[in-house]
Design a protein around this ligand. Structure first.
Ligand SMILES: Cc1ncc(COP(=O)(O)O)c(C=O)c1O
Length: 387
């Protein structure tokens, strides 16, 4: 049929060569997905079962990232979310209901804690917090209605490594599922499913993305039932990840191994050096015996990554600890981590949560890809300035 140029803008007959093959996964954006005929139209989120139906449930770019994460974690299937915190809230919304009881470690990522305290409680879920280093001792906190136990190992900022298999055994005996924030290990240094976890999430924002320029999350399940509940809930919550961001994460995956190796080596060098400095009371790095739960890291992990914390000696005031951070030149100040730039953030646990003994003396470091001797020199100058 002859077409007006305005129609051609939308229904074009232009031709290009076929058969392009490259080393990158194409970015496929799209809300509308086309059906071959009227009878084929369906609104079903499970595109593995029924084929592509709507961009909300993932384009081939999104599903490629999901499949790659799933392959690395060894799960049944993976969902991609617009950020790590979205993965956390979606897990809670999909797998808990009013009247259930959930247990969350004191050391959990703060927005995870706040979602439980401020949203789950509002919807009638009972929320309890437990000491992360308690292992099987968590048993005493179980109730008739305990349905879920969160783990995060190591914990955010305070870095406690958990005895996940012991917690999982207690949880499974009580009929509760175990959910883990596996972001620190990048999903590769801790095999969560082999250690009894049922559902994992990661902030893909961190090591998989690797360059501080995207926000994504993943949820991976060990089996199909949880995946179905999560997929159906994702449809109704309507949280879709951007295929552009997914393509950046797919690119990040290609260099994940070399980035992790360089970061691990530099981080261990700096953590050990810091543990010898007189200004530092304690280095909270899972691979060092000074970290709570170090023995579980040694038993269960294949490696370590680039985030750890240092605790200053009690003689240092809050202003001095902040002064140390301000004095650093290569370490930038900012949230999030696992990119190529080293970061430092000072926390004050008097005001916020468990571990009051660290008070204002705790600083979290993220080690990036700068030269390790330059980073050491930067830390040395800032420490020396404390007097
Ligand atoms: C351990 C952990 N989990 C989850 C998140 C949330 O990830 P996002 O920033 O992608 O929402 C973060 C972010 O800092 C984190 O540190």
């Amino acid at each position: 049929m002859a077409k007006n140029w305005k129609t051609k803008l939308i229904h074009s007959d232009a031709k290009i060569p076929k058969g392009f093959r490259s080393l990158s996964v194409g970015v496929q954006r799209g809300s509308t997905v086309l059906f071959p005929d009227a009878a084929s139209v369906k609104d079903d989120w499970d595109q593995y079962e029924v084929g592509y139906t709507y961009g909300l449930y993932g384009t081939p770019t999104t599903l490629e990232l999901a499949a790659r994460i799933c392959e690395l974690e060894g799960g049944f299937r993976t969902l991609i979310t617009p950020g790590g915190q979205c993965a956390i809230s979606l897990i809670n919304l999909a797998l808990l209901k009013a009247g259930d009881h959930v247990l969350i470690p004191e050391s959990v990522y703060t927005p995870n804690r706040k979602f439980a305290a401020q949203v789950l409680r509002r919807f009638g879920v009972e929320v309890g917090f437990y000491a992360p280093e308690g292992g099987a001792g968590i048993q005493t906190l179980f109730r008739e209605n305990t349905r879920m136990v969160w783990c995060e190992s190591p914990g955010s900022i305070t870095m406690e490594v958990q005895d996940v298999p012991a917690i999982a055994e207690v949880a499974h005996r009580a009929g509760a599922m175990v959910v883990m924030d596996n972001t620190w290990s990048a999903g590769v240094y801790f095999d969560a499913f082999a250690h009894g976890v049922d559902v994992t999430m990661q902030a893909i924002t961190k090591y998989v993305g690797g360059h501080s320029d995207l926000l994504l999350g993943s949820i991976t399940t060990r089996e199909e039932t949880a995946w179905r509940r999560l997929g159906a809930t994702q449809q109704l919550v309507g949280c879709a990840a951007s295929p552009d961001d997914c393509s950046l994460a797919l690119r990040g995956l290609k260099t994940l191994a070399v980035r992790l190796k360089a970061i691990e080596d530099a981080t261990l060098t700096l953590a050990r050096w810091l543990s010898e400095r007189p200004e530092i009371e304690r280095v909270l790095h899972p691979a060092l015996p000074s970290c709570p739960g170090h023995e579980f890291w040694k038993r269960d992990f294949r490696g370590s990554t680039g985030v750890f914390s240092i605790v200053f000696q009690p003689r240092f005031s809050k202003a001095q600890v902040q002064g140390f951070v301000d004095k650093l030149e290569l370490f930038e100040i900012g949230y999030s981590w696992a990119g190529v730039t080293s970061l430092a953030v000072a926390y004050d646990f008097h005001a916020t949560r468990g571990r009051p003994e660290y008070g204002h003396r705790i600083v979290r470091l993220n080690i990036g890809l700068e030269d390790v001797d330059d980073l050491k020199a930067d830390l040395r100058v800032a420490l020396d300035s404390l007097g």
